[in-house]
Design a protein around this ligand. Structure first.
Ligand code: CA
Length: 231
């Protein structure tokens, strides 16, 4: 028999807690829940769950503090549960090492999709050498990009940007993370250069740049690339 995926839920809202527990256990997951940050940290250490769902507004400590403490000793996947309007909070959590976030209210299928993505990423030791989704293919070794079998030409920066997103496909990358990875820590925090390059990439790979199929904007947060089908 397959071992059940073990999810640790750190959430003080009892109604959300029971919704997640019911829906995930009904789909074959094992759930342990904690109502405070302190309890969450101690269960994370003693049980080593496969993934943690972490609410940011906890009664005893800020969810970001829980994340910071956890990241001093563990790389286990963390999906932050966050309120709709708190973009800054999500960015902060992602920059502190959260793998993803999900916005309340959310459905079971969205939650399960995020859990599957975070588990897949945590089990990858080396980056995939091919990215493929819909009609787009990136060969990282040969540094070639194809759209419907035709080679696409990108500038150096555009290539770096697209392959960064492709390596983390399915996950949201914050503007700060991308800026730092491509332009380094001394670039000012204005995202204009990033937006310009993204617009150029979209013109080259998207059929309709206003309704992208490959690279999605997470408003106020960053970008998320369509998941690699090749994993
Ligand atoms: Ca809460």
């Amino acid at each position: 028999m397959k071992t059940k995926i073990h999810v640790l839920l750190v959430e003080d809202d009892k109604s959300i807690c029971s919704f997640i527990t019911t829906s995930l256990s009904g789909n074959g997951y094992r759930i342990t829940s904690a109502l405070t940050g302190k309890e969450g940290l101690s269960l994370a250490a003693s049980l080593c769950p496969d993934v943690i769902l972490l609410d940011l507004g906890l009664p005893d400590m800020d969810g970001c503090q829980v994340l910071m403490q956890l990241r001093t000793w563990s790389r286990m996947p963390v999906i932050v549960i966050s309120a709709r309007t708190k973009e800054q909070e999500k960015v902060h959590a992602l920059d502190l090492g959260a793998d993803d976030y999900i916005t309340k209210p959310f459905g079971t299928s969205e939650l399960m999709a995020r859990i599957r993505t975070s588990l897949r990423h945590s089990h990858i030791n080396s980056p995939e050498r091919i990215y493929k989704a819909l009609d787009l293919e990136i060969n990282f070794e040969k540094r070639l990009i194809f759209l419907r079998g035709e080679e696409i030409h990108l500038t150096q920066i555009e290539y770096q940007l697209l392959t960064l997103l492709a390596e983390y496909s399915g996950k949201v990358l914050t503007y700060g993370f991308i800026m730092n990875a491509i332009w380094g820590p001394y670039m000012d925090s204005n995202n204009q250069i990033l937006r310009v390059n993204m617009a150029n990439i979209r013109r080259k790979i998207e059929e309709n740049p206003a309704q992208p199929q490959y690279v999605f904007t997470e408003i106020g947060i960053g970008y998320r690339m369509l998941e690699n089908e090749n994993i």
